[in-house]
Write a protein that binds this ligand. Structure first.
Ligand SMILES: [Fe+2]
Ligand SMILES: [Fe+2]
Length: 187
């Protein structure tokens, strides 16, 4: 994606989803981490940009409003899923958060059928029922792509940090004290 294309997509998303982007709840998701050091808010924006880029590149003639708004709200669960009360196997965040995101989004926005499907099915195949619309497939694909790149980036950054601060394997050189040499006087 060229820089010009990305700038155009960002401008279009701002025009279409201004109400979501500048809402208190959406902005609060910048405090909740998604993958590595990427917040849920930044992740959702990246998924929206990527989904629009895929749709335009492949000329899929999608409902772009649904893609933009659905992608921005696809992880609208509004909690930190790493916190002890939400983390762990018993909470099954991966399975439950699409339903929670949809419930939250419906309280605040008048969603179209496509937008509801995008939010509810974006974790497919974890959420057994497959997406119904091409817009939902595009966001599902974009979410998987963005999540993978975010996780890989985090792993690479963690490895670089570990390498940087690892103890050096170079041998330690110690300068020894010079020995005294006894010189005998000539008589
Ligand atoms: Fe998600
Ligand atoms: Fe996501």
């Amino acid at each position: 994606m060229t820089k010009e294309n990305l700038m155009k997509i960002i401008k279009d998303i701002k025009g279409t989803a201004h109400d979501i982007l500048y809402s208190d709840n959406f902005k609060s998701s910048d405090q909740n981490m998604q993958h590595g050091n990427i917040s849920v808010m930044k992740h959702s924006k990246k998924v929206a940009c990527t989904a629009v880029a895929i749709s335009r590149k492949l000329n899929l003639k999608c409902d772009e409003t649904a893609i933009m708004r659905g992608a921005l709200l696809h992880d609208y669960f509004l909690y930190d899923w790493h916190a002890p009360e939400h983390a762990g196997f018993k909470n099954l965040h991966g399975f439950h958060h699409p339903g929670i995101a949809l419930e939250n989004a419906e309280k605040e926005y008048d969603l179209s059928e496509r937008e509801r499907d995008i939010i509810k099915k974006h974790m497919w195949p974890l959420t057994i029922v497959p997406p119904k619309f091409k817009e939902s497939w595009v966001v599902t694909l974009a979410d998987k792509y963005v999540s993978t790149t975010e996780s890989l980036h985090f792993i690479k950054a963690a490895k670089a940090r570990k390498d940087k601060y690892a103890p050096s394997k170079e041998p330690i050189r110690i300068r020894r004290k010079e020995k005294y040499v006894t010189l005998h006087r000539m008589s």
